[in-house]
Write a protein that binds this ligand. Structure first.
Ligand SMILES: [Zn+2]
Length: 284
């Protein structure tokens, strides 16, 4: 992925600030939790602990390493390119885009959806319009899920989370929440709604990749393939095979590897947000 000169100020780097708590981590449990919550749609609050802080919190501050500072620059750049691309797309459709903030953190941090923890993987909180990113997730993606992580696969994950922000700005998140709260739908039905929500975020990530490349020529050979690999690695069928040894389609909440690839590529190939009605296509 080629870097651009744009940097966003909407990045809140909380790493090294001493607010982090100790997380009991590792092992299959953490892996499954991360897998379930990774790319979570609408409202993660039910899965996030609402307790503030951590009794064993480490209050020590530390300097960020050069590698961590480089990650901040990268995240500021990808955030800026999300802002520019979505501002343009919204304007073309007669709407005004409101930027989301990106929070970089270690261990745990506060979100309006509850305490964010590293083991959850990146997520978007609709209540505060912020994307929460702990970079240790990408190590897990590489080591546990077997995906080769590139700069562009990180950009794809960020674009997916920004896709949930777009869903919130467009009112989709709120509609899905209303369905869930109505209690009129079975768990299997709500899982299908969740899959449609997640695949739409993948679709938006594809639209972002296409439109940003048109503006800034960010893509290099292999980039799209690395995003596809990341999307496939976290497909529900792949996760279930790894964690429980079999696949139960009814319990899917994010979509299969094939579906995640399909919708990301549909977004990339069309570059048109109007082609992303996963709800009508999947919930007939
Ligand atoms: Zn998601």
């Amino acid at each position: 992925m080629k870097w651009t000169d744009d940097r966003s100020d909407n990045v809140d780097d909380r790493r090294g600030s001493g607010g982090g708590g100790a997380i009991v981590g590792g092992g299959l449990g953490t892996l499954i939790i991360a897998a379930i919550i990774f790319f979570l749609g609408g409202d993660p609050s039910s899965l996030l602990s609402s307790s503030g802080g951590n009794s064993s919190a480490q209050t020590e501050q530390r300097e960020l390493s050069p590698g961590e500072l480089k990650i901040r620059e990268f995240v500021r750049m990808v955030t800026a390119e999300n802002e520019q691309t979505w501002t343009k797309i919204f304007a073309e459709n007669g709407m005004q885009y409101q930027p989301a903030e990106v929070v970089l953190f270690d261990n745990t941090t506060h979100s309006d959806c509850g305490t964010a923890q590293s083991a959850m993987g990146p997520f978007y909180c609709p209540a505060d319009h912020k994307v929460y990113m702990d970079m240790s997730f990408f190590k897990e993606l590489e080591q546990q899920f077997g995906a080769k992580v590139t700069e562009f696969s990180i950009a794809y994950v960020m674009a997916h989370e920004m896709g949930h922000h777009v869903q919130t700005l467009l009112g989709t998140t709120q509609k899905v929440d209303a369905l869930r709260r109505s209690g009129r739908y079975s768990e299997a039905d709500m899982n299908r709604v969740s899959v449609a929500t997640e695949l739409q975020a993948d679709f938006y990530a594809g639209v972002w990749a296409k439109q940003t490349d048109s503006r800034e020529q960010i893509l290099e050979p292999g980039d799209i393939q690395s995003a596809i690999e990341a999307a496939e690695a976290v497909g529900d069928d792949n996760i279930q095979k790894r964690s429980q040894g079999y696949v139960n389609q009814e319990s899917f909440t994010h979509g299969s590897s094939a579906q995640r690839k399909e919708w990301f590529m549909k977004g990339y190939n069309t570059g048109d947000i109007k082609q992303g009605d996963t709800f009508n296509q999947l919930l007939k």
